[in-house]
Write a protein that binds this ligand. Structure first.
Ligand code: DHB
Ligand code: MG
Length: 220
């Protein structure tokens, strides 16, 4: 299939800014080779997460949905030498692939991959009394609101709560959808719109990945 203008521009930006080194390329390849879902963020989206982490001076980052560790590497690079990323993955096999990628990226000292159900893990997580500066949810869409509530409880003023895939190729418009992922992100967007504890913006995103979007909330 011919590339769309959005894919071509995404590739142009990725190339112009030299966004992907061999570590990131090998991480994405490991996802394909291991038959995992190709749901990593793109290079440009990874760079955007990196920028957001830098902008909020992130020290403590939590990610829900490690997959192969692609976005985890971007976030790990943002805090390297001055913080930690705890990334939660429910699939043991995926977590093993991710741990190898984190090791190759030289981030094992600041990135922890935790295997299990994210809500259970968050419930008992020891934060050493420190706030979570950036929370990135990228799995388990039906529970997005539950992750948000947890993140808000453990945030400081200026923390970011970020949710991937809140547009879903425009399926978010379908009021009659019975898809649990669509229902999850619709409920999430509507909750954000009403929540006065955060300032939120939802960005549509196009490029090498499916047409989708990201919700960014700044804690007041
Ligand atoms: C899906 C999940 C993702 O995190 C993503 O970026 C794209 C699609 C999904 O479950 O459909
Ligand atoms: Mg995603």
């Amino acid at each position: 299939m011919e590339e769309t203008i959005y894919q071509r521009v995404d590739n142009y930006l990725s190339k112009t800014f030299s966004l992907e080194d061999s570590i990131l390329k090998e991480t994405e390849s490991s996802i394909v080779q291991n038959g995992m879902p190709e749901h990593s963020v793109s290079a440009n989206q990874g760079q955007f997460l990196y920028l957001l982490a830098k902008m909020c001076n992130a020290k403590n980052i939590i990610e829900v949905g490690t997959l192969g560790g692609y976005s985890t590497i971007w976030l790990g690079r943002a805090i390297k030498g001055g913080g930690t990323v705890k990334s939660i993955e429910i699939e043991r096999g995926f977590a093993e692939v991710a741990r190898r990628n984190i090791e190759k990226a030289g981030l094992s000292d600041c990135v922890e991959i935790i295997t299990g159900n994210a809500l259970d893990i968050l419930d008992t997580m020891n934060l050493n009394g420190e706030p979570v500066d950036l929370f990135f949810m990228d799995a388990d869409k039906p529970n997005y609101i539950n992750y948000f509530e947890w993140a808000l409880k453990h945030a400081r003023a200026g923390s970011l709560i970020i949710a991937d895939n809140v547009i879903r190729d425009g399926k978010v418009l379908d009021e009659k959808s019975t898809d649990e992922k669509v229902l999850g992100v619709r409920a999430y967007n509507e909750m954000l719109a009403q929540n006065d504890k955060v300032i939120s913006s939802v960005l549509q995103q196009v490029g090498v990945k499916e047409y989708d979007g990201i919700a960014i909330s700044l804690v007041k």
